[in-house]
Design a binder for this molecule. Structure first.
Ligand code: DGT
Ligand code: CA
Ligand code: CA
Ligand code: ZN
Length: 573
């Protein structure tokens, strides 16, 4: 009988192979979603198939087609479709798809034209400049691939927080139901809200550890049991991520939670402080000699060290101890503080939902206003808007606003900053918009002076409100542009413009450190989802987490304010 992990693997492989063959993206996505749904399931699929009263289709993400495939896999042990696809594509070729700048089409061309079947082959071909000679490639593409190869080697090692979160929620759900569980928590970098996490750390107090460990062992996404002892267990998930589980005594739960939440740097400072107070701190508690003085809760532990409880996002030994000493720990931003979303796309360009659908969805989320910011014409791939089409959309928005009560749609645009500098749309068009986000999408490899000058040029344009994703990085996929952020901050402050924290979990741009620096310059931050679908509107929470790590409060963030007040902070003139 195949395990859930094996079934999920089969679906992922099908998705990879279909993608390589250039199949319909919706079909590819159906298999990817299926793989995810299966791997997050706590119940074995084989047992559902065996039960005549149950239907696989009751599982979210599993439709007719996938249900039939699961049944075939469970009952016969193999899947003819997968075998057939595997025969058509050499296995190692699939690694090519994980390189930034290489879509399935280009990967297929490399395989067919140059016989490239591995990342090593690809590196060699780039270095020998064989890739740039191929039709549809060129020098730029070759450089992008080489840079992507370097990242592909280090990526995959750390998992995006958003992806880790899916697993954390499913594991918590799985462990919660074990008999005898008292307290249960996820710690580590996950709890600190770090943009990527290396491994997952769980803590539990339980009368008996065995049932809890059994539950983890049977979690659907587990591929290998690395170790299982009396109080500690480690497993590997099928996506490669390691999960550590520790069983701790109730009187030490707070100390263990504090210790395993970290960061290491934060803990080093704490231990030093304990020592100065004549105390000892470890994962079991705070001790005076042999006597346990605190350990049951984190609050107790910090109090024993004469410190306030720190939100986990701040525990990086950056500013938190200085703030505590001054009695000025910031009250961090919360998701509920945000009342608007100022960057999103519709079907007019590369979004998946219509204007009407986005408006409805934003209202349903309780927002008070949104800016619709479709791409400008330079982004031809996304069918970007020229002045006439932008005005057409804005007329439509006017008609919506005439009908809407207690909700405002702002006439916006995500206007490209051209490679040679300057904006993609003329000033008379931008002047009619309520909100203009300026973005670099092309010429990302330009030298530092040039790219910095382009961004500063946009900040100096009176019609620009904010710079979107100011460094252009994609976590694990693409490096930031070589931009002088200090110079950007100085210009933004001078021009009274906003900078974006793009909440997409791949971007989180500006990042935590840069947001803190922008705040120090007195620049208001706008947190935006850059939604390309209705579901994307829920990504705001990832941006909030990153903002909290930067120490941002409600007052530091533009879109916590009613739209009427936003203007007084700066932005478009
Ligand atoms: P990650 O998993 O690489 O994203 O980062 P963390 O912070 O989750 O680190 P991890 O999983 O190695 O350990 C979890 C926490 O446990 C860490 O933040 C601090 C604590 N810890 C682990 N090992 C040590 C150690 O050797 N010394 C100290 N002081 N703390 C440790
Ligand atoms: Ca960890
Ligand atoms: Ca760990
Ligand atoms: Zn956008």
């Amino acid at each position: 009988m195949p395990t859930n992990a094996e079934i999920a693997d089969a679906f992922d492989q099908i998705a990879d192979l279909l993608e390589f063959q250039g199949a319909n993206p919706f079909r590819v996505r159906a298999y990817r979603n299926g793989a995810r749904a299966v791997s997050l399931l706590s119940e074995s699929l084989a047992s559902i198939v065996a039960d005549p009263d149950r239907s696989l289709k009751s599982i979210e993400g599993i439709g007719d087609d996938l249900a039939a495939k699961i049944t075939t896999l469970v009952t016969t042990g193999s899947l003819p479709m997968l075998v057939e696809l595997q025969a058509q594509v050499p296995h190692s070729v699939l690694a090519l798809l994980r390189v930034a700048g290489l879509g399935p089409k280009k990967a297929a061309a490399l395989y067919k034209e140059l016989g490239i079947t591995s990342l090593d082959d690809l590196k060699k071909a780039c270095e020998e400049h064989k890739v740039q000679a191929l039709k549809g490639f060129g020098k730029k593409t070759e450089e992008t691939i080489l840079a992507g190869l370097a990242l592909a080697a280090t990526a995959e090692a750390r998992t995006l927080w958003a992806e880790a979160d899916d697993f954390v929620q499913a594991i918590l759900e799985q462990l919660k139901s074990a008999s005898g569980v008292e307290r249960l928590a996820a710690a580590g970098s996950y709890r600190r809200g770090k943009e990527t996490v290396g491994d997952l750390d769980f803590l539990v107090t339980a009368a008996d550890a065995e049932p809890v460990m059994d539950r983890l062992e049977h979690f659907g996404a587990v591929s290998t049991i690395l170790a299982r002892g009396d109080t500690k267990m480690s497993v590997r998930l099928r996506n490669g991520m390691q999960v550590d589980l520790r069983v701790v005594p109730a009187e030490s739960f707070g100390a263990a939670l504090q210790y395993f939440t970290g960061s290491k740097e934060h803990n080093v400072v704490l231990r030093g402080r304990a020592k100065d107070l004549g105390l000892k701190l470890n994962e079991y508690g705070v001790f005076r000699g042999e006597e346990l003085v605190a350990g049951r809760t984190e609050e107790d532990v910090y109090r024993a060290l004469d410190l306030p409880w720190f939100p986990p996002e701040l525990r990086e030994a950056r500013q938190e101890f200085n703030w505590a000493a001054a009695g000025e720990l910031p009250k961090l931003l919360e998701l509920a503080d945000l009342v608007g979303d100022l960057h999103m796309h519709t079907t007019a360009t590369d979004g998946q939902a219509s204007l009407e659908e986005m408006i409805e969805a934003a209202q349903a989320r309780g927002l008070k206003y949104i800016a619709v910011t479709d791409h400008s014409k330079r982004v031809s791939m996304a069918n970007g808007l020229d002045g006439a089409r932008a005005r057409e959309q804005w007329d439509e928005i006017d008609r919506w606003n005439a009908k809407l009560k207690g909700f405002r749609v702002l006439k916006g645009i995500e206007c490209d900053i051209l490679e040679k500098g300057g904006m993609d749309l003329p000033d008379d068009v931008l002047a009619e918009a309520d909100w203009v986000v300026a973005s670099v999408h092309y010429g990302q490899n330009q030298p530092r002076e040039q790219i910095t000058a382009r961004i500063i040029g946009a900040l100096e344009n009176p019609h620009v409100s904010a710079i979107a994703h100011p460094t252009g990085r994609l976590i694990n996929r693409r490096k930031p542009y070589d931009v002088d952020l200090e110079a950007v901050f100085t210009a933004a402050k001078r021009e009274r413009k906003f900078l974006e924290l793009n909440a997409n979990p791949w971007r989180l741009d500006l990042d935590d450190v840069a947001c803190a620096a922008a705040k120090a310059h007195g620049i208001p931050i706008v947190i935006s989802t850059d939604a390309h679908s209705i579901a994307d509107l829920s990504k705001m929470r990832y941006g909030v987490l990153q903002a909290r790590r930067a120490g941002l409060t409600k007052a530091d963030v533009v879109n916590t304010r009613p739209w009427d007040e936003v203007k007084s902070l700066g932005g478009k003139r």
